[in-house]
Design a protein around this ligand. Structure first.
Ligand SMILES: [Zn+2]
Ligand SMILES: [Zn+2]
Ligand SMILES: [Zn+2]
Ligand SMILES: [Zn+2]
Length: 119
């Protein structure tokens, strides 16, 4: 298990992002609080999400990781799905380091953002 950082401000919530300028970890609430005014507004954050390090497995193929994004169906699929159900569909491999992490973090928010990130 990876150790998950705690927010440097409230020291109680699990950190959800890291500010690229402050070089500190924040929960989303503290990040918003700190970065709502002045020069802080120009800071940018990198999402961190411990859950995102969990491998997401395919519903239909429990042995396969969801590591492709089917552009035609706008859904995450595994290699098996790609070979059969999504044969001939346009897809992106998302299994590549931080990009994958970032994509997974956004899965819970909206698929539209995922498409945006991949393209
Ligand atoms: Zn906090
Ligand atoms: Zn900052
Ligand atoms: Zn599958
Ligand atoms: Zn498809």
């Amino acid at each position: 298990m990876k150790h998950s950082p705690v927010c440097s401000i409230c020291e109680s919530s699990t950190a959800e992002c890291r500010c690229n300028k402050c070089q500190m970890y924040y929960c989303s609430k503290c990040y918003e609080d700190i970065h709502s005014k002045g020069a802080f507004q120009n800071h940018s954050r990198t999402s961190i999400n411990d859950k995102s390090s969990e491998i997401i497995l395919c519903d239909k193929h429990p042995d396969e990781k969801l590591k492709h994004w089917c552009q035609d169906c706008r859904t995450l699929v595994c290699s098996d799905c790609l070979l059969y159900e999504h044969k001939g569909h346009k897809s992106n491999l998302i299994n590549q380091g931080s990009k994958e992490l970032e994509i997974k973090v956004y899965i819970s928010i909206t698929f539209e953002i995922i498409i945006f990130r991949i393209l």
